[in-house]
Design a protein around this ligand. Structure first.
Ligand SMILES: [Zn+2]
Length: 273
């Protein structure tokens, strides 16, 4: 361009044409400075202004296969299921979990035995042999590594995500979640609170879940909705309220990007590089 300008001047071309060129160049440069920040923002978040919604279902429960999965599949929504290999709902129905993964849902790691702290209020259900308070960090690392191996044998994926049982982190001799970080694409509850929010519905209406999502400030780009039982088992959300919530998401698909936690967090990593 500069060669062309110099040539025009050297040829004695009309000075007006050169002035117009510099005028246009100035607008081009101003335009670049104006456009660049929004272009960068779009790069950082693959779905533009949409809020990512990660639907997850913890503990490998029968009611999830019986009620949540059909509701998701009817609407072609993809979700993440955090598996405890020890649970009855998993070990008696392994083929169905494999099929679920083949349908595009995620099998996530929720540890091998679901060890949690026993001393907190409401933790009477933690059996003495399974108390995180008595586990060594290395024991937890081994259990979680083995749980990943089980998941890979089912879904063929080498990359998984993790939800720490009860969101507890401290084993007897240190923080075990930090010790397994490198094994995962992402860990639920460890995201930047300026980026992600989390709700774990239990016996509440779809309206309450929707209210939680809609009240998030603009900086929140991911909302984790973490279910347990659907129409049965524990920490139950009714099948009706669950279905109503899924219908709301579908009706507002211009605002929400609903995908597996693995897909959302892999995309986030790719776009922030
Ligand atoms: Zn759990």
């Amino acid at each position: 361009m500069f060669t062309l300008v110099c040539k025009q001047i050297a040829d004695g071309d009309n000075v007006v044409r050169v002035t117009v060129f510099f005028h246009n160049l100035a607008f081009l440069l101003i335009g670049l400075f104006i456009i660049q920040p929004s272009a960068l923002a779009a790069q950082q978040w693959p779905e533009g202004e949409k809020i990512a919604i990660s639907l997850s279902y913890d503990d490998a429960l029968n009611s999830q296969l019986d009620n949540a999965l059909p509701a998701l599949n009817q609407r072609n929504l993809k979700a993440s299921f955090y598996i405890v290999p020890l649970s009855d709902g998993f070990k008696n129905r392994i083929q169905e979990w494999r099929q679920l993964a083949q349908q595009g849902h995620e099998l996530g790691n929720h540890s091998l035995f679901h060890a949690c702290h026993s001393g907190k209020p409401g933790r009477e259900w933690v059996e003495p042999w399974n108390a995180l308070d008595d586990r060594m960090v290395q024991t937890m690392v081994s259990e979680i590594t083995l749980a990943n191996t089980i998941l890979t044998s089912l879904d063929g994926y080498s990359e998984h995500t993790f939800t720490p049982p009860c969101f507890d982190q401290m084993a007897k001799d240190g923080n075990y979640v930090n010790a397994v970080k490198e094994q995962f694409v992402a860990i639920k509850s460890l995201e930047d609170p300026n980026f992600a929010a989390l709700i774990a519905p239990s016996d509440i209406s779809s309206a309450k879940i929707i209210e939680f999502i809609e009240k998030q400030p603009p900086n929140i780009k991911l909302v984790n909705v973490l279910f347990h039982g659907i129409g049965g088992d524990h920490l139950v959300t009714s099948t009706e309220q669950h279905a109503k919530f899924l219908d709301y998401l579908l009706a507002n698909s211009d605002k929400y990007w609903i995908d597996t936690y693995r897909n959302i967090m892999l995309a986030k990593k790719r776009h922030s590089q």
